[in-house]
Design a protein around this ligand. Structure first.
Ligand code: ATP
Ligand code: MG
Length: 330
């Protein structure tokens, strides 16, 4: 079956200084590259997990896929059609099929609109007539486990978990093929997190929709995703099937993340790899391997030579000069 989404060498740049200060301080960069050459595919019905520290570019990648920020380079194909370079109008047609649950669940809902209007918004935006509006709102609310009275509420009258449900209902309104779920469980109690993840799983199975799940939370990624990528300074430093990565992480950064957040599993022994130092600034990327300043296995080559992504075993690609392959000692 062909993939649903293909992304190749995608880059997103932001201007961080205005023209005048760039002219006055020519030595400093005027742009940062928040997404720096990312390639991956998502298959129909699959959940692809994206994990990384704050500022690694997860949200920017999601927003660029749905056309909210323009890529500066690279290619996006959705259902076989190239999206790169499309006009806003042409992109809009694809937003019916690729929707986003935003990171800020309440802030992304218009505060002056009742939930009923918020759920009908996607139909107005895309000029799709709705014969029975009340029935449509009730149907969407019931898909996410909310009673129909919620249609009369305003966003500020929702709890965090309820706001997530409304965000999911709105994302589902036009029967998309892909939902980008940005931090769907952030800020929720553990039991509510479980409810939201189960709901996402149920909806996915029922509607056959693919999900790009973005989160800091490794337990969430492990629970929901079939394949996953670990993002560092806008790049995918490791990508592969989720169980394989949890069982044998190959990049020292992945190892360090897993060691810092052990997922309870007696079969998995996480090596102790301390993650020291802060994430480097995108304004001043380290030379060579960009993880070298924090890597416990850093060698001379790591300081000078950028490690291209390489396949260490089928389906697993790693950006590291010395990937840690289970059972092998260096
Ligand atoms: N509109 C913008 N203009 C300038 N810089 C931006 C803009 N949006 C994001 N950035 C920068 O791009 C980088 C990546 O941000 P992004 O929000 O994608 O990270 P993230 O991985 O989603 O982080 P978090 O886990 O905190 O949500 C950050 O350095 C951020 O400051
Ligand atoms: Mg984010």
């Amino acid at each position: 079956m062909p993939e649903l989404l293909n992304v190749r060498d995608l880059k997103v740049k932001f201007r961080v200084r205005d023209m005048l200060s760039s002219l006055l301080n020519p030595g400093q960069p005027s742009f940062i590259e928040a997404v720096s050459g990312v390639s991956f595919d998502i298959n129909p019905g699959e959940t692809f997990g994206l994990v990384g520290e704050s500022g690694s570019g997860k949200t920017t990648l999601g927003r660029s896929l749905i056309g909210l920020v323009p890529p500066s380079a690279g290619h996006i194909r959705f259902r076989g059609e190239a999206l790169s370079g499309l006009s806003e109008k042409a992109y809009k047609a694809h937003r019916k099929e690729m929707t986003m649950m935003f990171q800020d669940p309440v802030g992304c809902l218009s505060p002056r609109l009742k939930i009923r209007s918020i759920l009908l918004q996607p139909f107005y935006i895309h000029g799709i007539p709705v014969a029975d509006k009340q029935a449509k709102v009730d149907e969407l609310l019931s898909m996410v486990g909310l009673p129909s009275q919620f249609g009369d509420r305003y966003p500020h009258q929702l709890s965090g978990g309820q706001a997530r449900r409304v965000g999911l209902a709105r994302a589902l309104a036009l029967s998309p093929k892909l939902i980008i779920a940005d931090e769907p469980t952030a800020g929720l109690d553990v039991s509510i997190q479980g409810d939201i993840l189960n709901l996402l799983g149920e909806v996915q199975e029922r509607a056959g929709v693919s999900v790009l799940a973005i989160t800091h939370n490794l337990a969430v990624i492990r629970h929901v995703s079939d394949r996953m990528a670990i993002m560092y300074l806008g790049r995918f430093v490791e990508i592969g099937d989720t169980e394989g990565i949890f069982a044998a992480p190959a990049h020292p950064y992945t190892q360090a993340l897993l060691a810092a957040n052990p997922v309870p599993d007696p079969d998995i022994e996480h090596p102790r790899v301390p993650l020291t130092g802060d994430v480097p600034s995108l304004m001043n990327r380290p030379s060579g391997c960009e993880f070298h300043s924090r890597c416990p296995n850093c060698e001379d080559i790591c300081r000078t030579e950028f490690p291209e992504a390489r396949t260490v075993w089928p389906g697993r690609s790693v950006m590291c000069h010395f990937p840690l392959i289970k059972g092998e000692s260096r």
